[in-house]
Design a protein around this ligand. Structure first.
Ligand code: URA
Length: 443
């Protein structure tokens, strides 16, 4: 077997066999296949696609390239939730405590911010003392005692993805359905949970602009998860508008806590309730109506917030920040951006707004750059809102005075104004859930 023939076969539209995929993944990890041949195959896959069988095989071979997390020491049903990434996406901070309060075990490995999107680990680290670098045993022990733990990725999980993602990033081959699906699902399967819920984003703040592409990606990932023996479902959700009002690490922490107090922005609250009750439903906690009730109860009786406090304490953080959010350091400069005209916000370029928050200090400009946990934006108006000239559209929070002017003008150019209200886009576009209830619901 040789790489030239494999590239040629895929270039001509053929279906790769299990042995060919195994040869390719093993060879690119060991270094016996040069990067130029790996890149050539990635490009051939980008153009020709892969069958479901090939995609499942690629996922399994990637999964087998490294360690897997053994969660057998945790009693009960282990659940994981994954978002394909967004702006203002703080859902894990609210969903994990709700699920734990309802008796599920949330053993979650999360990531840091990537490009214009934020990361759960960075948000949690805005709490002084919070430790996300845990050994496997500490991780398991915390889940067993508190019901939830969110840690950074440790060990050698899916080295094939690190290699392939690095090459995709520089060869314009990131946006390929089989390559995205195998990348995400190999990592989810390696993380060891019994139940996987995917939040697949569509719109200007995600890497799937078109909701129908997001549906196809979700269907593929659900098939892979179910094919690998895990209960898997997906919600397709709107990232054409930032989620909630806050973007930036401690700002988002506060918004998530407010949501667990039953307050917070309407869109974020709705999404948190939908994802949490879907998780409970998948775990067999009852029919949809009962699962929704359980979620409401965990919020209204304070048990979800207690779970968040428990987790923060168990991971070395100062849980007082949950009750005294004013203790979070505030940025030195908090400045408004005001509307230049009367009208409606017709559209927001959400990726651009994510990049503004990075420029204010909330994300990394370079790979291992330092984050300013106090930096970011708090939106005052969003798509569909009516505005008058001079109204505050957003507050910019930063310690970088020199970044403010450009952030203000970029923010304004990220918005499109119109005379009439825009057509409303659904927050939840579809649910993909094959096992119990094949259903594809449009709002
Ligand atoms: N996130 C991933 O982990 N992989 C991709 O390919 C795209 C998004």
């Amino acid at each position: 077997m040789n790489m030239y023939d494999i590239i040629m076969k895929k270039r001509n539209g053929g279906e790769l066999t299990r042995d060919e995929i195994r040869f390719f993944v093993a060879g690119c990890c060991e270094g016996s296949i040069p990067d130029y041949q790996t890149s050539a195959l990635l490009m051939a896959i980008w153009f020709r696609g892969m069958t479901e069988k090939e995609t499942l095989e690629l996922t399994i071979q990637m999964l087998l390239s490294g360690d897997t997390v053994d969660l057998s020491g945790i009693k009960g049903l282990k659940v994981d939730k994954h978002s394909t990434g967004g702006v203002g996406d703080k859902t894990t901070l609210a969903i994990a405590p709700i699920a734990a309060a309802c008796g599920l075990k949330v053993a979650k490995m999360s990531g840091r911010g990537l490009g214009h999107t934020g990361g759960t680990i960075d948000k949690l680290e805005s709490i002084p003392g919070f430790n996300t670098s845990l050994s496997r045993q500490e991780f398991v022990d915390i889940v067993n005692t508190t019901g939830l733990c969110v840690a950074g990725q440790t060990g050698n999980l899916v080295p094939a993805d690190k290699k392939l993602y690095g090459l995709r990033d520089v060869t314009a081959t990131v946006d390929s359905l089989p390559l995205i699906a195998s990348s995400i699902m190999s990592k989810k399967l390696a993380a060891g949970a019994d139940i996987i819920l995917l939040d697949v984003k569509y719109g200007s703040g995600s890497f799937m602009g078109d909701p129908e592409h997001a549906v196809r990606l979700a269907q593929l990932m659900v098939k892979i998860g179910e094919g690998a023996g895990k209960r898997t479902a997906a919600l397709i959700t709107n990232m054409d508008i930032p989620l909630g009002y806050s973007i930036g690490n401690s700002l988002e922490m506060v918004e998530a806590v407010n949501t667990l107090r039953g307050q917070g922005s309407q869109d974020f609250r709705r999404l948190v309730r939908a994802l949490s009750s879907q998780l409970l439903f998948m775990a067999g906690k009852g029919d949809r109506a009962l699962c929704e009730e359980l979620v409401e109860k965990a919020i209204s009786d304070g048990s979800a917030l207690n779970k968040l406090r428990d987790m923060i304490t168990a991971q070395g953080g100062d849980a007082r920040y949950i009750d005294e959010p004013e203790s979070f350091p505030r940025a030195a400069f908090i400045e408004p951006v005001t509307s230049p005209e009367d009208g409606y916000i017709q559209k927001m370029d959400t990726a651009s707004i994510g990049r503004i928050s990075v420029s204010l200090g909330a994300g990394r400009d370079v790979a291992d750059g330092k984050i300013d946990h106090s930096a970011g934006l708090v939106l005052n108006k969003k798509t569909g809102d009516e505005v008058k000239k001079g109204d505050v559209l957003a507050w910019l929070h930063t310690n970088r005075h020199q970044a403010l002017e450009s952030a203000k003008s970029t923010f304004l150019s990220s918005l499109t104004f119109s005379d009439a209200p825009p057509e409303k886009m659904p927050l939840i576009y579809a649910t993909i859930d094959t096992e119990s209830e094949a259903r594809r619901v449009k709002e």
